[in-house]
Ligand binder design. Structure first.
Ligand code: DC
Length: 232
């Protein structure tokens, strides 16, 4: 898969392990395109909501997402400076995708096979030529099983809940630690327990536990791994 444009770097792991920050900085350091695949699942929850499909209505959600992808109403856009973004009905929903309610909705709709199937091509289209960092849950196991570098980035549930609270508060949103911790655990269970593409570490992934690491150290470690696997 490696060519003049570079390798595929897959960064998977649970919510709150620091994937977004780390993946963005790794992509910047390597001059690679970044694809945040979680935004596609968040956007799918939004698409379902706009179509009037309840999150527990599997057939309704799958139909809404399939239709939106087919019509181009849900798609990935090259964005600016190598950071792809998701567009819903032609617009970037921005922070509307990042509320706790949308996080739970995304986790629920991500369990539907029809939703995952509908989003596969969009993710592969951006990675096919290499020179890309994709972050998600199943990049190394399903989307790009042949990725040159697979990182499984994790941290304790307590540390992840603390980070999520800090992030929400920094945006002026309410955050209660106990509630956040139980949401983190619930999402872990939903993401790891689903039948299709559950969150799990690829056999050939490098495991990085960021609980006691600064983001810069995590980034340096992953960039070094990427260079060792052929990134320039
Ligand atoms: O990374 P995130 O928090 O933005 O992801 C939102 C939800 O989407 C999360 O609950 C798991 C799901 N997801 C997934 O199932 N597969 C991916 N590749 C990325 C995200």
């Amino acid at each position: 898969m490696s060519d003049a444009r570079g390798i595929v770097v897959a960064i998977d792991g649970p919510a709150g392990a620091g994937k977004s920050t780390v993946a963005r900085r790794v992509a910047e350091a390597l001059g690679y395109t970044l694809v945040d695949t979680g935004s596609l699942y968040r956007a799918s929850a939004l698409v379902a909501e706009r179509a009037g499909a309840a999150v527990d209505d599997r057939a309704g959600v799958e139909a809404a997402v399939r239709t939106a992808v087919a019509r181009g109403a849900l798609r990935l856009d090259a964005g600016d400076a190598g950071i792809t973004r998701v567009l819903v009905d032609g617009d970037d929903p921005g922070e509307a995708l990042r509320t706790p309610a949308m996080s739970m909705g995304a986790s629920a709709v991500a369990a539907y096979p029809g939703v995952r199937e509908a989003l596969l091509d969009a993710q592969r289209a951006f990675g096919r030529t290499g020179g890309v960092v994709l972050e998600g849950r199943d990049i190394g196991t399903v989307v790009f099983p042949t990725a040159e570098l697979k990182v499984y980035l994790t941290a304790s549930a307590e540390e992840r809940a603390r980070r999520r609270c800090d992030e929400l508060r920094s945006k002026g949103l309410d955050a209660d630690y106990a509630v956040t911790l139980s949401e983190v655990r619930q999402r872990d269970q939903q993401d790891a327990g689903r039948a299709i593409a559950p969150l799990r570490e690829a056999a050939d992934a490098v495991r990085v536990d960021s609980s006691a690491m600064e983001p810069a150290a995590v980034v340096d470690a992953i960039v070094a791994l990427a260079r060792a696997r052929g990134a320039v």
